[in-house]
Design a protein around this ligand. Structure first.
Ligand code: ZN
Ligand code: ZN
Length: 251
């Protein structure tokens, strides 16, 4: 299996400590691998450690446009991987992102800046230790799930990145809503979510999937990790994964 359009990649605009390569270096690596397209999707601005500086968006847009002019064998797109920052479904997207980006993604990340004190205590703080405390997971499952559902109602999101990673959610409800809204669910090679089990659940709804590397450097671009195994184990129709090509011995 090969990724033909890596839809989730990071560059130095997420901070030089967080990601290693420039947009053009990522594009050149994608071309080397024979990809048809790449989307640059750095982190939403509100994250204190690796959020983009939204004032740089015009510069990022200009660079993406320049590279589309320069290379006619690949399409380059610009997105932002926004942070879910409130249990009311708020993500850190403003007019700037909507104006300059081709697509908006949304995902949950630790360490984001919550949009209220209440969300600090009910949404940010408890989700970090929850993976070690099953009782806390049960408690958070419903409110986390509601946050995703509200977010999908409120924003024109194209894809949810690594659903189920870092916080417990009810995949059934999320996939059902994603199907209604035409939102892609990611099989993230780096974080291993959706997992095979999650994929099996999500597969019951009419939703599309994408395998992405979430590369933070050129060496990781195009990586698929356990994605093929998960797809096979889950029993979903492989053609529902929209951005890959399969090889003869994959199945
Ligand atoms: Zn992410
Ligand atoms: Zn990412």
């Amino acid at each position: 299996m090969k990724i033909s359009h890596d839809m989730h990649t990071h560059t130095v605009y997420s901070g030089k400590h967080h990601a290693k390569n420039t947009i053009e270096e990522m594009v050149q690596e994608a071309r080397r691998q024979g990809m048809k397209a790449i989307t640059i999707s750095d982190h939403g601005h509100s994250h204190p450690f690796y959020g983009i500086n939204e004032k740089k968006l015009p510069e990022m847009r200009a660079e993406v446009d320049r590279l589309n002019q320069k290379y006619d064998d690949i399409d380059v797109y610009l997105a932002v991987e926004a942070n879910l920052i409130g249990s009311d479904g708020t993500i850190d997207i403003g007019e700037e992102e909507l104006k300059y980006c081709d697509a908006i993604y949304a995902g949950y990340h630790y360490g984001f800046t919550p949009n209220s004190l209440k969300n600090f205590f009910t949404f940010m703080l408890p989700n970090a230790p929850a993976r070690f405390i099953p009782a806390l997971q049960d408690k958070l499952l419903e409110s986390n799930t509601q946050a995703y559902l509200k977010m999908m109602d409120r924003y024109p999101v194209k894809m949810i990145t690594h659903p189920g990673d870092k916080m417990p959610i009810d995949i059934d409800q999320v996939a059902k809503k994603a199907a209604e809204k035409g939102i892609i669910l990611e099989i993230n090679a780096h974080h291993d979510h959706l997992s095979a089990k999650e994929l099996e659940k999500a597969g019951k709804y009419d939703v599309k999937f994408a395998v992405n590397s979430d590369a933070h450097q050129i060496n990781h671009l195009g990586r698929t990790g356990n994605a093929l195994e998960s797809i096979k184990k889950s029993g979903i129709d492989p053609s529902r994964v929209i951005n890959v090509t399969y090889e003869e011995n994959d199945f």
